[in-house]
Design a binder for this molecule. Sequence first.
Ligand code: DX5
Ligand code: ZN
Length: 245
Amino acid sequence: MTREILIAPSILAADFARLGEEIAAIDAAGADWIHCDVMDGHFVPNISYGADVIKAIRPLTKKVFDVHLMIAPADPYLEAFAKAGADVITVHAEAGVHLDRSLQAIRALGKQAGVSLCPATPESVIEYVLDRIDLVLVMTVNPGFGGQSFLESQLEKIRRIRAMIGDRPIRLEVDGGITRDNAAAVAAAGADTLVAGSAVFRGNGSADYAGNIAAIRIAAEAGRVRKLPDSSTQPMRAGESARLR
Ligand code: DX5
Ligand code: ZN
C-alpha cells in the first residue's frame, strides 16, 4: 500500500519563548502533523515538556498531534496525553516490558498507537504487535536531542519493517537528523512519514519553514518513485539523494 508522504515538524526545535507563533507558522507552512517530543530525563538524557504544554498548544491548529513519548514508564501517563489532545501516541519498545499492554491501552483511549525503536533495537520486537499498531517510528538518531546526525545504519531496518508491514494500514515514520539530503533515501527504503526538527525550523517564520518543508517533501517523493533497490545487494545511501534534485 502506498501512502501519501507526510511531513511532521518536531516542535522541539521551535523557539519556546514564542511557541504559539511557531505552531501557527508551521501550520501555515504546510506541516501535515505536529510532532511533539516528550522527554523525561530518565529514559533519555534530556527533559523537554509534558502534557500541560501539549494541552495549551492543542487549540492553535487542527493538524494531527503526533506525540512521541520518550519516557519510562509510559503507561501511567497515557491518559493525560490522550486528554491533552494527542491523536497518535507512540511509546518506545525499550521503555517497558509490557509493550502489548501499552499499545492496547492507547487504543482503548481512542487514540492511534505507535511503537518506536531506538537505533540498536532490532525490528523483530514488533513482530507480535503488528495488529495492534497504527505507526512504527524508526529512530534515526539516539533519542534525546535535536540536531544530531542521521544514522545510515537504520536504512536497512526501515526496509525490513516496510516488508513486515505488508498491506497493513500502518505508517512508517522516521525521526532524527532528517534533511532534504537524506529524505529520498528514507522514502526509497519505505518511510512514508518524516519527522524533522532543525531542518524545518531554520530561517525566520512561515515562508522559510514552508520552503524547508517543501524541500523535504519533494526529495522524499522523488526517492519514493525511484525503484526500491534490492536491499541485499545495493542499498541506496543517504548521499545519493543529491542526484535526485
Ligand atoms: C529526538 C527527537 C526528534 C528530534 C528531531 O530525540 O525524537 O524528534 O527533535 O530533531 P532533528 O530533526 O533536529 O534531528
Ligand atoms: Zn521525536
